[in-house]
Design a protein around this ligand. Structure first.
Ligand SMILES: [Zn+2]
Length: 106
């Protein structure tokens, strides 16, 4: 994927509408690409800034974006661990089943 595609994903990221795979790719790219980081910052400030102006609460948006990127990374790590645990469980279950079938046949 190139930067153009990631730029198109930014509004979904800001709105929190992104599946795990896209979020993972997106976060990884954001860590390594200055241009996209800048684009994300600008779009985040504009999108959130406007809605904050409306309800009159403009906070430390740059700080919030940093927090959000960090939280996203944590979520991805947790999800990956969860997937791995799931695979291990599945393998264990398959192993048990095979053992049960063997036991039944013998
Ligand atoms: Zn980029």
């Amino acid at each position: 994927m190139d930067c153009k595609e990631f730029e198109r994903m930014i509004p979904d990221y800001i709105a929190g509408r992104m599946d795990h795979q896209s979020l993972k790719k997106f976060s990884e790219h954001m860590e390594n690409c200055r241009d996209c980081q800048e684009e994300l910052t600008i779009q985040f400030l504009v999108t959130e800034g406007v809605s904050r102006l409306e309800d009159g609460s403009v906070f430390d948006l740059q700080g919030e974006l940093d927090e959000r990127l960090k939280a996203g990374k944590k979520k991805i790590r947790r999800y990956d661990r969860f997937l791995k645990a799931g695979l291990a469980l599945e393998a264990a279950a398959a192993g048990c089943l095979a053992a049960a079938i063997l036991w039944f046949l013998i």
